[in-house]
Design a protein around this ligand. Structure first.
Ligand code: 5GP
Ligand code: ZN
Length: 114
């Protein structure tokens, strides 16, 4: 995707502070952290949102979930837990149209999601 900032991060055209990378997945620190640990985990392949997941990109999305335990361990949040969120569309305030999972932790989070 030409004008997608996360595709540009994958391509190395925009710098990022990487925490994990494999063939299909990239994880990097959020520019505007909302918690002591706030990392974005993305498929390298452009997938617009959770609504764009299909048979063709399912293995890329599965790779994200396979990477999460390793990323959580390396960030030191596996034992106490964390939240994994993907905002989808307008009501969820999705601002970057390349599906990403916010991995948020390092602090006791509220019981409320809203
Ligand atoms: P959304 O609101 O789409 O769920 O989340 C987008 C996230 O991407 C926001 O938390 C925002 O801080 C982060 N973000 C936007 N642009 C950049 C960038 O260029 N680099 C990094 N590391 N994070 C970004
Ligand atoms: Zn993209």
């Amino acid at each position: 995707m030409n004008d997608c900032i996360f595709c540009k991060i994958v391509a190395g055209e925009i710098p990022s502070k990487k925490v994990y990378e494999d063939e299909k997945v990239l994880a990097f620190y959020d520019l505007n952290p909302q918690a002591p640990v706030h990392v974005l985990v993305i498929p390298k392949k452009h997938v617009t949102s959770a609504l764009d997941v299909n048979e063709d990109n399912a293995s890329d999305v599965a790779a994200v979930f396979s990477a999460v335990p390793k990323i959580a361990e390396s960030l030191g949040v596996a034992a106490d837990g964390f939240r994994l969120i993907t905002n989808t569309g307008r009501h969820a305030c999705q601002s970057v149209k390349h599906m990403h999972f916010h991995l948020i932790g390092g602090v006791q989070l509220s019981e409320n999601i809203l």
